[in-house]
Design a protein around this ligand. Structure first.
Ligand code: ADP
Length: 428
């Protein structure tokens, strides 16, 4: 406990110190950058203990030694290179025994590490060190060196201990924020590496693939019987590979915002017709009931029709793929305040609630890649959403859960309509 102040000036001094500690609490709670934080702690420590200088030493868990992370002594830059052993130093004793130490006269004290003094051309005449704790763990030591004025008291020790515990938490927070920043940087680098790889790979695969497709088509036409069938198999696989490369390229361009959209006013009906033409064969091959309910011819959108067709096709292909034979797929539209929603409803395997957003991530698939039974690369929906967003549209998924079907919605602004009625209108 602190003593009762002995005089008015002493009382004023106490108030000043407590105010400084309060201030320190606020600053240390809000500042996350490590360097300025450490400097602030140094200054506060020397001020409240009336000392010439202060230092912070932290434990290096790998070497089990202490090292200086901050100090306001002269030549402090040289300190960072001097490791302090735990078992043969004052700071080490403070850590190992989890207690503070005050040495009022350090000049002839053999426990003082003179190597440090020599290196920084400094003389330690007195020293007060307290452990820096987080809960019961000691992470380092806060030291005040060379008091100015009367000997240190228990009060001084208490003040330094309060600062040390606030500082310990602040340093840990700052280190964690720094670690997080580094991890994020690393992740960004990896992401760039992945993107570069996709860009180079898809570009480099194009030329040999077009040669394969060229020769396979030629062989298919020229060859007879079995040879022609083999050529057809080569051609179909090469075309499938071509689609994958196309997906990778599209994703890359769309994410860079360099898609070179060619937008023009077009009736949604014409896009849906093209998409129906492209997808209904797949659905009928699986014996699925496939229905498209068209909007009005006058429902116009300002889009790159080719890219938009690709987005719709990706979603409808998924509906067909993830719905068992004999199931139902229905494509219809609704108007909602100036937007037209194109909705693709299927009676398929459904999507678990916690995956409804995840499925829009690049290369994401609900089923693990080792166990899944459906083809695909997990790019179709990322591409579709990127296309929609490039057109100031939106896209989302709904599902009542596994085996309850899915409802994918693509929303686009309608030309020349704001605040429209909320009704579903269909036209054969
Ligand atoms: P891909 O179809 O190539 O796997 P997508 O990006 O198109 O990639 O879809 C990502 C994942 O979202 C799919 O692998 C699937 O797990 C899930 N998914 C997409 N559409 C549906 C759907 N209609 N029904 C059930 N799951 C779906």
């Amino acid at each position: 406990m602190t003593d009762v102040p002995r005089s008015v000036t002493e009382a004023e001094k106490q108030v000043q110190i407590l105010r400084r500690l309060l201030d320190a609490g606020l600053v240390l709670n809000s500042n996350f950058a490590l360097e300025p934080l450490l400097m602030y702690i140094m200054d506060a420590a020397s001020e409240i203990t009336n000392a010439e200088a202060a230092s912070i030493l932290l434990i290096d868990k790998r070497t089990n030694e202490l090292y200086f992370v901050a100090s306001n002594t002269p030549n402090e830059g040289r300190l960072s290179h001097i490791p302090i052993p735990l078992d043969d130093s004052i700071a080490g004793t403070i850590v190992l025994e989890n207690r503070s130490i005050i040495i009022q006269d350090a000049r002839n004290d053999i426990r003082i590490n003179r190597t440090v003094d020599r290196q920084i051309e400094f003389e330690t005449r007195s020293l007060m060190g307290v452990p820096m704790r987080i809960k019961n763990d000691v992470i380092g030591v806060l030291e005040a060196v060379n008091r100015i004025g009367p000997p240190w008291t228990d009060e001084d020790r208490n003040h330094l201990s309060i600062l040390a515990s606030q500082a310990a938490v602040a340093i840990q927070n700052a280190q964690q924020a720094e670690d997080l920043r580094k991890a994020y940087e690393e992740l960004n680098k990896l992401d760039k590496l992945k993107n570069d790889f996709i860009a180079v790979a898809s570009h480099e695969l194009r030329t040999p693939l077009s040669i394969i497709i060229g020769y396979a088509s030629f062989l298919q036409e020229e060859a007879q019987g079995e040879a022609s069938e083999h050529a057809a198999a080569v051609l179909s696989s090469a075309q499938h590979l071509g689609d994958i490369i196309e997906d990778m390229t599209n994703l890359r361009y769309l994410q860079l915002g360099a898609s070179g959209l060619e937008r023009e006013p077009v009736s949604l009906v014409s896009i849906l017709q093209a998409v129906q033409h492209q997808t209904e064969g797949m659905a009928s091959a699986k014996n699925q009931q496939f229905e498209v309910v068209y909007p009005r011819l006058s429902d116009m959108v300002n889009v790159d029709a080719v890219k938009m067709q690709m987005a719709f096709t990706n979603v409808i292909n998924n509906a067909v793929k993830f719905t068992p034979p004999g199931g139902k797929i229905r494509v219809y539209t609704e108007q909602h305040s100036g937007e037209i929603w194109i909705r693709v409803k299927d009676s398929g395997i459904g999507i678990p609630p916690d995956q409804l957003e995840e499925i829009f991530k690049n290369f994401y698939q609900v089923a693990d890649h080792m166990t899944r039974k459906y083809n695909g690369m997990g790019l179709g929906l990322s591409i579709a959403r990127a296309v929609l967003e490039a057109h100031h549209g939106r896209m989302w998924a709904e599902s009542d859960g596994p085996n309850k079907g899915s409802l994918l919605t693509l929303s686009l602004p309608l030309i020349g309509q704001t605040g429209m009625l909320n009704a579903s209108r269909a036209q054969p």
